[in-house]
Structures are given as C-alpha cells and as structure tokens.
Design a protein around this ligand. Sequence first.
Ligand SMILES: [Zn+2]
Length: 340
Amino acid sequence: MLEYPFNDIPAPGKTLEVAPGVFWLRMPLPMSLDHINLYLLESDTGWTVVDTGIRGQETKDLWLTIFDNCLSGKPVEQIICTHMHPDHTGQTGFISDHFRVPLLMSYGEYYQARMMHYSMQEKGSWHMSDFFLRGGISQDLMDAMSEARSQFAPEADDLPMPKSYQRLRDGDQLQIGAITWEVIVGSGHSPEHVCLYSKTNRLLLSGDQILPIITSNVSVHPTEPEADPMTDWLTSHQKFKTLIPDETLILPAHNNPFYGVSERLDELTAHHEHRMQIVLDGCRSPTVAIELLPDLFERKLENHTLFMALGEGIAHIHCLMTRGQIKRELDGAVYRYTTL
Ligand SMILES: [Zn+2]
C-alpha cells in the first residue's frame, strides 16, 4: 500500500511545508484532472520555483498572492520546469519576466516548449492527418478536429517561454539552500523529463514521471510518428527503481505526496504490460489501431479523447514492434498490425 503522509492539501494561494525548505502548492486546471502540484524550494536569499501552472489569469493571480504572502519577503531566484507540458510551463514567461530570473530546463523540453507555442497556432498538416488516418480515424473526423485544434492557440496576452535557458542534464547537482538535488532524467511521457532527487533528505520531485494514482499519458504523436516512447517509459521505471529507495518521499505533480515508489513503479509497469497483452490478443488477425481501443480503454472515447487514446494505443503497439512481437503492413490508407 502506498502511504500518504499529509492529511491536508494546500489551499489556493497558500503553501504547505512538506520537508525543511520544501513547500507544496496547488494550482487549478480546467479539465477533469483539476489540479497541478508545484513546489517552492527555499534558500537564504530567495526561492526556486519548480513548475509554474497553466496559462491564464486565474493561476497568474494566485501566483501574485503567493509572491505577496508566502515568500517571506525574498524574491524568486530561478525557475525549474520538469518538462514542456502546458500545465507545467504556462506561467514560466510571466514569472521569469516578473523577477528577471533564469529558467533551468533540459534541452529537449525547452526547445519543444518553445516550438509548441507556435505549433498550437497551426491547423492540421498532411503529416498529422496521415498519422491519424493510418490509425483508423475517418477523414470527416480528421477534418473536424484539424479545425478545432486552432482553438488551442495561445492568447494574445500569453507571454511565451523565456528567450534563453540554462541547460539541465542527467546527473547534474544543484545546491538550493541546505539541500543538494541531483537531476535524474526520465523519458516516455515527455522526451527529457527532469526529476530532482535528494538522497540525503530522501526527497524526489517527480513531476509527471511518477504519479501515485493516475497514469501519465505515454503517446506517439504525429510530429514523430515512428517514436517508441513506451520502451523509454518502461526503461525509465527500471532506472528509478534502481536509484530511488522506498523511504523516499515522492513529491508528484498530480495527486498527493506519497511513500512506496517501488510498489508504484511495479504497478505502472504491470498496467502497461497488461495493455500490451490486450494488443497482442487483439492482433491475432490483421487489425487497425483504432479497433483495439474499446478493449484498451473503458471510458467512452470521442473527439479529442479518441485522438489521445489512439496515440496511447500506438505507443503500446510500437513497443511490441520493437520487441519483435508485432508486424505492421500498410493496407491502402491504414496500417494493419498482426501478432507474430
Ligand atoms: Zn506532463
């Protein structure tokens, strides 16, 4: 059983100290996953922000409240983003400008975050439609969704990502106040996801790399249609299992802080292996990816969730192709997969 040591959740605009010099705060998200956890790390001279929340006025106002009430009169000195996703990076431009402080991030995540700001303004391309049509999406739905995507374009007053950054690499050490943090990079949910680990203080800021209740999205996207993120994801789980002892307090980006990292990593690995068995069973005769989704996902899939689920399904298929357990053939406009 995972253990959750905190009964309280920080109220909006407030922080909760979860270890000496390490503060937990929550920001709202406008989706079924309704919150993100962010962290503040204290030093004698100021604060390090770990992840910044989603764009928009509500989160910005909460940050201003925190700046006024929770920083003991000290400034933010630097920002670390674990990875590029908009709920983690949305206020980075604002905070960086507000305090004129640097952003620390891995190479792959920084450049993808910068690119995303512009790519969200784009409508669909043939690269995108080929990917989804080969997975079995109909041309009509494809046309409707490529129109809808433009609604995700950044708003005029959104500050983009900072124009420079400091690179974080696997194995880097960061001294923040009394705590030495080691950068551990994971992959699969995003390409170069940074976690911060203090062996001495038994703390891991895990971002979306390790979550206690929900499972992180691991998907193939049309920008890299041949990617195999699931193999990276499962390899990362083994890496973290080797490096992080069970007495470590895991501070995740969603749900609550917990103990029991190895049990959770085993659960997540088993979850994906189970899904891959479903794929193998479903592909006894040549099968299009979309036909596998009712067996892989219990929830009703339509529009945006259907596209997301297809990306996840293809991630499982590609892992099985890497393992040599499935083959793929192009049949007209679609790929058909067969278990070997
Ligand atoms: Zn994420």
